[in-house]
Design a protein around this ligand. Structure first.
Ligand SMILES: Nc1ncnc2c1ncn2[C@@H]1O[C@H](COP(=O)(O)OP(=O)(O)OP(=O)(O)O)[C@@H](O)[C@H]1O
Length: 271
C-alpha cells in the first residue's frame, strides 16, 4: 500500500482520503452556516474540539474527561441549534446527486411536485397580483408551498381555503384590509391562509435596507421548501426567496420563469 513518511508519521492514501473528506465536510458546513449566528457557534464548537484533541494528546486526563462530557452534550445541543442548517445541508446533498436530476426520478417525483399545467394556472393570478402590488407600491408576502406542509404556519393567521384569484390577493393586501399584515399562504393550488407569521431569518449578511418582510421571506425559505415572493411596499421591487436564498429585484418575467422552474422541478433554480 502507498504510504508517505512525514517524520514520525506514516500517511497512507486512505488517511489522505479521510482528511480530504473531513475538510470537504467542514467546508460545506461552513458554507451553509456562513453569515448566520450559527456560524459563530460552529467556529466555537470547532475550537473547543481542537482544544480537546490537544489536551488529549498531552495526556491531561481530568480535563480530557470534562471536555468529553461537554462535547457529547454539545453534539445534542448542536443538532437543536443547527436544525435549519442541517435541513439545508441534507437538501443540498439531495439536490446535488445525479439521482435527483435523473429523468426517471423526476418522472416519479412529478407525482409529488406540480404538473406544468397546474403550476401555470396556480401562478398566473399570483404573478398578475404581484404586478399590480408592485406598480401600486402595496406590500405583499406570498409563500407558495411545494412539498412541505404549511399547516403549522397557517395556524398563525386566518384560515381561508379559497381559489387563487388576482382580485382576492389584491383585496387581502389592500391597506384597508384587516388581513393585509403578514403573509398569504398558498398550497395545493389554493389560498389556505392570510395574515400569517413566518419565521424570520437571522442571516446577518442581508443588506440593511431589507426589513422584516424580506427577512421573513428568507426565513420561510430556510425553514421549508416553499417559494416566497416579497413585494416591497417602499420600492415596488420583486424578490423571490427559495432554498434559503434571496433573488432581489426580479422583473415580472424573471419571477414567473424562476417560480415555474422551481415549482415544477426538484432541482435547484439557477442564478
Ligand atoms: N415575520 C413576519 N411574517 C409575516 N409577515 C411579516 C413578518 N415580518 C414582517 N412582515 C410583514 O412585512 C411588513 C413590513 O415590514 P418591513 O417594512 O420591516 O419590511 P421590508 O422588508 O422593509 O419591506 P418593504 O420594502 O415593503 O418596507 C409588515 O407590516 C408585515 O406585514
Amino acid at each position: 500500500m502507498l504510504t508517505i513518511h512525514l517524520g514520525f508519521l506514516e500517511v497512507g492514501w486512505l488517511d489522505l482520503l479521510d482528511v480530504l473528506l473531513v475538510a470537504l465536510l467542514i467546508y460545506q458546513i461552513y458554507n451553509i452556516v456562513r453569515g448566520s449566528v450559527a456560524s459563530r457557534v460552529f467556529v466555537g464548537y470547532l475550537l473547543v474540539y481542537l482544544f480537546y484533541l490537544l489536551v488529549k494528546a498531552f495526556g491531561l486526563n481530568l480535563l480530557t474527561t470534562i471536555l468529553e462530557y461537554f462535547i457529547s452534550v454539545g453534539a445534542l445541543a448542536l443538532i437543536i441549534i443547527f436544525q435549519q442548517e442541517i435541513r439545508r445541508f441534507l437538501l443540498l446533498i439531495g439536490k446535488s446527486t445525479n439521482v435527483a436530476n435523473s429523468r426517471l426520478f423526476r418522472r416519479w417525483l412529478s407525482r409529488t411536485t406540480g404538473q406544468p399545467e397546474a403550476v401555470t394556472s396556480t401562478l398566473r393570478p399570483i404573478i398578475d397580483a404581484c404586478k399590480s402590488l408592485s406598480t401600486e407600491f402595496s406590500g405583499g408576502l406570498i409563500a407558495i408551498g411545494k412539498n412541505d406542509d404549511l399547516t403549522k404556519f397557517a395556524q398563525s393567521g386566518e384560515r381561508i381555503n379559497a381559489d387563487i384569484s388576482k382580485l382576492l390577493l389584491l383585496s387581502i393586501f389592500s391597506q384597508y384590509s384587516p388581513l393585509h399584515d403578514g403573509a398569504v399562504l398558498i398550497s395545493d393550488g389554493r389560498i389556505i391562509a392570510a395574515r400569517c407569521i413566518l419565521p424570520v431569518s437571522d442571516d446577518d449578511e442581508l443588506p440593511p435596507a431589507l426589513g422584516f418582510r424580506h427577512r421573513a421571506a428568507l426565513g420561510m425559505s430556510e425553514a421549508t421548501d416553499a417559494a416566497v415572493i416579497a413585494v416591497s411596499e417602499e420600492s415596488g421591487r420583486l424578490t423571490l426567496a427559495v432554498n434559503g436564498e434571496l433573488h432581489i429585484g426580479l422583473t415580472l418575467a424573471e419571477l414567473s420563469e424562476r417560480l415555474m422552474r422551481y415549482l415544477q422541478e426538484p432541482g435547484q433554480i439557477t442564478q
